[in-house]
Design a protein around this ligand. Structure first.
Ligand SMILES: [Zn+2]
Length: 146
C-alpha cells in the first residue's frame, strides 16, 4: 500500500502517455472513417447479392477487430495516466515493488514488474478459455508495439 514510485519521472511518462493517447485516438477515428468507406464500397458492389446483409455484418466484425487492439491500448493508456494522478504509476500491482525504468520505457502502460508479468502470463495460459476472456479486460501491458 505504502509503496512509493519516487525516482520515477512521472512527468516524462505523462508526456509519453498523452502523446500515445492522442495518436491512438487519431488511429481509431481514422480506422472508423476508413471502415465506413470500405463498408459502403463493398456493399455498393454487392447489392445484387442476396446475402448482402450478412456480408455487411461480417464487414462490421472485421473492421471492429482491426481497431479492437487500438481501443484496448487506449484503455491501458488511460489507466496508466490515472495511476500517475493517483501516485501509483511505476508500482507493480502484483508485488508492490517499483517497476524497472527500462521496462516502463519499453511499455509505458506496464502495471506489473517483469517477474509478476511472466507469472501472470503463465497463469493466463493455464486458465480455461472462459477465464481468459474475462481476464482480457486487464492486459498487463501493451503488446501492440515491440
Ligand atoms: Zn511485481
Amino acid at each position: 500500500m505504502a509503496a512509493s514510485n519516487q525516482g520515477i519521472d512521472t512527468s516524462h511518462f505523462k508526456r509519453v502517455l498523452q502523446a500515445r493517447h492522442a495518436a491512438l485516438r487519431t488511429a481509431v477515428h481514422a480506422a472508423l472513417v476508413r471502415s465506413d468507406e470500405e463498408h459502403y464500397a463493398q456493399i455498393a458492389g454487392q447489392v445484387h447479392d442476396a446475402e448482402d446483409e450478412s456480408l455487411a455484418d461480417l464487414l462490421v466484425d472485421v473492421n471492429l477487430a482491426d481497431i479492437t487492439r487500438e481501443i484496448h491500448e487506449l484503455r491501458d493508456v488511460d489507466a496508466a495516466l490515472r495511476r500517475i494522478v493517483m501516485g501509483t504509476y511505476g508500482i507493480c500491482v502484483g508485488c508492490k515493488e517499483a517497476i524497472a525504468r527500462a521496462r516502463l520505457e519499453a511499455y509505458p502502460t506496464a502495471k506489473r514488474c517483469l517477474a509478476c508479468q511472466n507469472e501472470e502470463e503463465r497463469r493466463r495460459a493455464a486458465a480455461p478459455r472462459s477465464e481468459r476472456v474475462r481476464r482480457r479486460r486487464n492486459p498487463g501491458r501493451s503488446t501492440c508495439r515491440a
